[in-house]
Design a protein around this ligand. Structure first.
Ligand SMILES: C[S@@+](CC[C@H](N)C(=O)[O-])C[C@H]1O[C@@H](n2cnc3c(N)ncnc32)[C@H](O)[C@@H]1O
Length: 283
């Protein structure tokens, strides 16, 4: 296993993933009920960005956090979670923890020992957080359902192997059964349509009651193998998040300078006004 998120921290995929993670947590905070965030593939938690360059320049580097006051309102929680140090980018566990309240908690799983140790350091022994050095897929079975409050699960595997697409759909379906009200967010890279449409088809066929697909691409997605951007599938998204994303993502794409080449997509795969996925995929 050679994956290290350091190379990707703050890139276009992280921007989409973390802005949605932050927006969902913020909406859950409208109620006092405790929130449990389960981060199955947590990473190191905080990343020093290379001032000389890196993938972040095509992501958070195009957003200028010091100008966050002018960002679209949906991004306000993400802006708040960034922490104000332009070359220190928070990973998903820290984005979550910076927004969570005293009554909430974070369960973070990471298999690589040094990465889990780094994560523990960055979470600074926060009593709301527990770092587990264990397989995040199996952790879903161990931790779900959470008995009290609301649960939000982030599944963000490295996609080093093609099987992560299959594992993602299987585990979203399993989490949906185990935790009938949990919100589950799964991230995936878009490197051509084939794997993405197969993922949608499997999920749409799993009997899930409410599932939203979101894509945020900087480039056309017909060049199989090249990273065009990324997507999320969101099980049971908070009310009207779909509309907020539909309005905000094109504005963000424009602001990041990808209007000419990129695209956004917000579509129900199940529930609400789901597209007829089988017809769409025919031919
Ligand atoms: C994409 S990165 C996570 C990034 C993080 N979620 C964020 O947004 O900041 C994937 C992480 O999963 C870890 N990993 C790989 N396989 C795993 C598994 N089966 N269970 C838990 N963690 C795993 C990798 O070591 C890597 O740190």
């Amino acid at each position: 296993m050679n994956y290290r998120h350091h190379f990707h921290a703050g890139n276009l995929g992280d921007v989409l993933k973390h802005l949605v993670l932050a927006a969902v947590i913020e909406r859950l905070k409208a109620k006092d009920a405790p929130i449990t965030v389960i981060d199955t593939h947590a990473g190191a938690g905080l990343y020093e960005l290379d001032s000389q360059g890196g993938e972040w320049q095509g992501g958070i580097g195009r957003l200028i956090p010091s100008e966050a006051a002018g960002w679209p309102p949906l991004l306000a929680p993400y802006a708040a979670a960034l922490g104000g140090e332009p070359l220190l980018y928070p990973g998903s566990p820290l984005v979550a923890l910076r927004l969570l309240r005293e009554q909430d908690r974070l369960i973070a799983c990471e298999t690589v020992e040094e990465v889990a140790a780094e994560l523990r350091r960055h979470l600074a022994h926060d009593p709301r957080a527990a770092v587990h050095r264990r397989d995040g897929w199996a952790a879903l079975r161990a931790f779900l359902p959470v008995k009290t409050g609301r649960t939000m699960v982030l599944i963000d595997p490295p996609f080093e192997a093609g099987e992560d697409f299959e594992l993602l759909s299987r585990h979203i379906a399993e989490a949906a059964k185990r935790a009938p009200t949990a919100i589950v967010i799964g991230w995936f890279p878009v490197k051509g349509r084939r794997a993405v449409e197969a993922l949608y088809r499997r999920l749409a066929g799993s009997g899930l009651e409410k599932l939203l697909a979101v894509e945020f691409l900087a480039e056309p997605d017909h060049d199989a193998g090249r990273f065009a951007g990324s997507g999320l599938v969101i099980l049971r998204p908070p009310f009207q998040l779909d509309q907020a994303l539909r309005e905000t993502l094109p504005v963000l794409l424009d602001r990041m300078g990808y209007r000419a080449t990129g695209s956004t997509r917000v579509e129900w795969l199940a529930g609400e006004a789901a597209r007829g996925i089988d017809q769409d995929l025919a031919g």
